[in-house]
Design a protein around this ligand. Sequence first.
Ligand code: 4AD
Ligand code: MG
Length: 477
Amino acid sequence: MIVRQEIKALLQQPPIGQEVTVMGWVRAWRGNRFMVLNDGSGPETLQVVVDGDQFDEATLRQIGFHACVGVTGTLAESQGSGQAVEVLATDLTIYGANDLSKYPLQPKKQSMEFLRDNAQFRMRTNTFSSVFRVRHGVAYAVNKYFNDRGYYYLHTPIITGNDAEGAGEMFRVSVLDPVNPPKTEDGKIDYDQDFFGKPTNLTVSGQLQAEIGALALGKVYTFGPTFRAENSNTSRHLAEFWMIEPEIAFADLDNDMDLAEDFVKYLINYCLEHYAEDLKFLDDRIQELEKNMKATDRRPMGLVDTLKFVVANEFARVTYTEALDILIRSKTYKKGKFEFPLSWGADLQAEHERYLVEKHFERPVIVRDYPKDIKAFYMRQNEDGKTVAAMDVLFPYIGEVIGGSQREEREDKLRQRMQEMDVHADELDWYLQLRTFGGCPHAGFGLGFERIVQFITGMGNIRDVIPFPRAPRLAQF
Ligand code: 4AD
Ligand code: MG
C-alpha cells in the first residue's frame, strides 16, 4: 500500500519536525538542490531540499520539470524566503522520469493553443490545474445549491428524437452504413432500419424532459452534456458543452429571473469562499497578461474584485424593447460603430450585449420579453402578441450565460406556435399532453456551465475551461 500526505492538507497545519511523505510532479528544480513539488491537491507547492551528498547521481539526474517523484523527509521551517516550510529529503522515489529533450511541454511560457493540443499534459500547469479545480467547485456548488433547496436532479437522455430548440443544429446518431444507407422506395434513407427505428440525434437541451419532471416533482434540474452542431468558431461556443437546466412548477418569468440571479451569485460566492487560492493565482495571471496592454483594453477591475462586485450588486433588468432603445440612443450606434444592425425584431449580437453590460449598466443585465420570432416555440406568448416571456442573463466579457423562459402552458397557443414555426407536433405529442392533462404555469432556464466557469476563472477562451474541447474540426482526445 502506498501511504502519502497531500500537500494542501499538510500546509494547513504543518507538522514541523515530523517525518512526512509527499508525492507529486516537479514544478521547478533549482540549483540541483531545491525541488518545487505540486500534487494537484491545491495550487500550493511544497519546497523539497535535496542534499546532493545523500543521493546518487543517477537519482538526482532524473529529477526535473514535470517528473513524478515521491519524497520522504523532515518538515522544517524554511531557511529561505518565499515559503514557510520545506521538506529536508531523506528518501526519494522517482516514479516517472521525464526526458525534457523529448517532453512536449517546456519550463517556459507556452501558448494556450499549444497547451490545448497537448491536453494530456496541460493540467500539470499552474493555470490549468487551477481552472479545473475551480470547474469542479462550480459543479459541486450547482448540486449543493439545488439539493439544499429541495430540487431533484433529473437525468435526461443524451440520445433523443427531439430538437428541443427547434433550431436544427443537431448531431445525428445512427448505426446505418454512412456510405450505403438502406433506402426506402422513394429513395430516402430508411431510418426504420436504424437502431431506434427512427432518426435520432444528440440532445441540444434537456428542457423538454425536465418539464415532465417539474410537472410531477415540482422542482427539478438537469446537469449534463448537450451538443450543438452550429459552426461557431468563437471563444464562447463549444460543440459539446454542459448545461444546467432547472425547471419549476407554479412559476412565472419573475420567479425564473429571481432564481437565475440567486443561483449564479451563489456559484460565484461558493468559489470565492472555497477556491480563494486558485482565484488569486488566476487573478495575478490576468494582471500579468494585461501588463503590456493599452489601458482601454485592460479589465476595469481584477478578477476577484469583479466576482465580488457581481455578487454584491443587483442585476439590471430591462425588456428587450428598452434595451434596444438604449442601444439606439448610444454614441456607439450613432457613430456607426456596431457591426450588426439594430431594429425591433433583430436578435441582440454579442457586441450589443457587451455594450449593455460593460458600458451602459456596468453590471450583469437580464433582458426579458424578446420578440417571439427570434425565440423558441415553447416560450409563453405575452399579451402584446409580439413578444414572449423569455429572459437572457448577460455577463461582462462572456455575454449570455443564461437563457430561459416561462413555458407556454396553454395547449392551443402552443399548438398554434408549433405550426407557425414548423415544429412537428407528431414528434412532440407527449409534450403537448403535459398541457392537456394537469398542466400549470412553469418556467426554467439553462445556464451554460463552461460560460460561467469561464467568467469565474477569467479565461479568455471557452476551450480552456473544459478538459477536452469539441469545436468545429476539433475532436482530439
Ligand atoms: O439559450 P439556450 O439555447 O437555451 C436552451 O437551451 C434552453 N432549453 C434552456 C432552458 O430554458 N432550459 O442555451 C442556454 C445556455 C446559453 O445561455 C449559453 O450560456 C449556453 O447554454 N450555450 C452554450 N455554451 C457553450 N457553447 C455553445 N455552443 C452554447 N450554446 C448555448
Ligand atoms: Mg439563448
